[in-house]
Ligand binder design. Structure first.
Ligand SMILES: [Zn+2]
Length: 549
């Protein structure tokens, strides 16, 4: 009796508490939602860049997100490999490559043997340029995105538009049911799309292209924003581990005279901070063109700022180039958020900021400071494996290929030759583990019994789609990756590649900070919960309730 009374009182209490908070928002005859959601993925942005350059950020860009929004300070990628298309698919589906199917920027179809680029589509045509760069669509993505779910939830009244310099970073976030996705064509210097979305570019996009903004942005070349000696977070300008513009530059130093060669190499605008400015200016034009955030249904704009990735790859995380790119991006964000304030209204939109992956420090930089790193020679390793297998089994044809740190075996051939498949895999794994820079080699089909520490084990399982990846995987030692000697890359499980920013700001978001562990897969379910729409069809993440009002 006493317990029942306590239960009853608890119920009334909970009901009253809920009516004060959660239920209150549902009063009235409409589901309350923001007018616009803007998803921003900063390509190759390590979490620590929020604070590495914090002292010189203004108040309206990254700091505005931290000061007004909710920041998840320990958010991680939970799949391997940590590449661009994979990250974007994971952010917007809340799912993992094993389920959403985007296992790399490229993959080999294990059934047909055909190599696929993640967003290639031979059934569509380019729109806006007379070349093949627009033959792209999201059809290789196997589940819905949060942007798809918004379209479904509103019977397609909501509008969804994707923008990036990279086709994959525009197409995948915008989803299958997008109104449009646009990306930059290196041949023409114009934003293009595909017949998957439309048969002709909208007038506003033609006008934007005709104005040739890239030429104007590079006209003054790339000088540092501030005096060189103020870049205290970076190494000297001229160091051996920084790359140069091929055939155009002798050494990797400022100023980068891009105006001299832009006309013959339009894609070079990508590897300057102006590529981000260009992207955000196009995003503004798209917002106006489609009247996003102006109607009675919530719209969704997905933006990828890709120049941070290109600049990072060429110069490495410790370069003045990367520091300058983030200081400029911060100013571009300040400008972009003001634009949203003016056009959509303060408090009417929600923004989230994250990254598709991070990046390692340059190998020679690490060596200079006696930090662990090394050159991983994947090609040599696989050739050594083939030689070893040939000596033992009289053929190396049973090792099919390697891609994305996966090695594929030819099982039908192994069966025809009457070899023991399990034994071949065991031999291959034991051999691979003897190779320099290889920390673990794994037979993913027997992952459960592999002596691997977490989170590596789960990350391998999450990244393994048997139709789109080989059954063996190489996990490299910390700081090891394939490199020509300059710049950097990403792809590993280590925090420098997988610890990403995750910040929410605006409508429906509390101000706060958490140092708990979160995952990239949590973003889409959180946005879905905030919008009160269905969770994407493959989502495995959880809602970051603590960020929501
Ligand atoms: Zn990327």
């Amino acid at each position: 009796m006493k317990q029942r009374l306590i239960g009853c009182i608890t119920f009334i209490f909970c009901f009253l508490a809920l009516s004060q908070t959660g239920f209150a928002q549902d009063r009235g005859n409409q589901v309350e939602r923001p007018k616009l959601v803007v998803g921003i993925v900063v390509d190759q942005m390590r979490w620590d860049y929020l604070y590495r350059y914090y002292d010189r950020y203004g108040n309206g860009g990254f700091k505005r997100m931290l000061n007004e929004g909710f920041t998840c300070e320990n958010a991680f990628i939970s799949h391997l490999p940590s590449f661009t298309a994979v990250g974007h698919a994971t952010v917007y589906t809340g799912s993992v490559p094993a389920i959403h199917g985007i296992t790399g920027n490229d993959w080999n179809d294990q059934v047909t043997g055909r190599k696929w680029y993640c967003v290639e589509d031979t059934a569509v045509q380019s729109v806006g340029a007379d070349n093949d760069n627009g033959k792209m669509s999201p059809r290789n993505l196997l589940v819905t995105t949060v942007t798809d779910e918004l379209r479904l939830a509103t019977n397609f009244h909501s509008k969804v538009v994707g923008v990036s310099l990279k086709d994959r970073a525009s197409i995948i976030p915008a989803g299958h049911a997008a109104n449009a996705a646009f990306w930059f064509d290196d041949k023409t210097g114009r934003f293009i799309t595909s017949t998957y979305y439309m048969n002709d570019l909208p007038d506003w996009a033609k006008k934007f292209n005709d104005a040739d903004m890239p030429s104007k942005l590079v006209a003054g070349d790339w000088h540092t924003l501030y005096p060189m000696n103020t870049y205290v977070q970076s190494t000297a300008d001229n160091v051996v581990w920084e790359g140069v513009v091929k055939d155009e530059e002798e050494s990797p130093v400022f100023p980068h005279m891009i105006s001299r060669f832009y006309n013959k190499k339009k894609g070079e605008v990508r590897t300057t901070p102006f590529g981000n400015t260009l992207t955000l200016e196009f995003a503004k034009a798209a917002l106006k063109g489609y009247q996003l955030g102006q109607g009675s249904y919530t719209d969704f704009l997905t933006i990828n700022c890709a120049s941070t990735d290109y600049v990072g790859h060429r110069y490495g995380p410790n370069s003045i180039e990367v520091e300058d790119t983030y200081l400029r991006l911060d100013k571009d964000f300040e400008d972009f958020f003001y634009f949203l304030d003016r056009t959509v209204g303060i408090g009417n939109y929600t923004v989230f900021l994250t990254a598709d992956h991070g990046a390692a420090h340059s190998i020679k930089f690490m060596e200079e400071y006696n930090l662990p790193a090394g050159f991983l020679k994947t090609k040599d390793i696989v050739n050594n494996l083939k030689a070893y297998i040939k000596a033992k089994y009289k053929t190396d044809k049973i090792i099919k290929e390697d891609l994305n740190y996966h090695v594929a075996l030819d099982k039908p051939l192994i069966d025809r030759l009457k070899l023991n498949y399990e034994q071949v895999k065991r031999d291959a794994v034991l051999f691979l583990q003897t190779q320099p820079g290889v920390e673990f080699a794994v037979d993913i089909e027997n992952l459960g019994s592999s002596p691997l520490p977490e989170p590596i084990k789960s990350m391998i399982a999450n990244g393994y789609n048997p139709k789109r990846a080989g059954a063996l995987m190489i996990v490299q030692e910390s700081g090891w990756f394939g490199s020509s000697g300059t710049g950097t890359t990403h792809g590993s499980w280590n925090p420098h590649d997988t610890h990403i920013p995750m910040v929410f700001m605006g409508w429906g978001i509390k101000h706060g900070r958490s140092t708990d562990t979160y995952h990239m897969t949590d973003i889409a379910p959180t946005i879905a919960a905030m919008l009160r729409i269905q969770i994407p069809s493959g989502a495995t993440g959880r809602v970051v309730s603590e960020a929501l009002k």
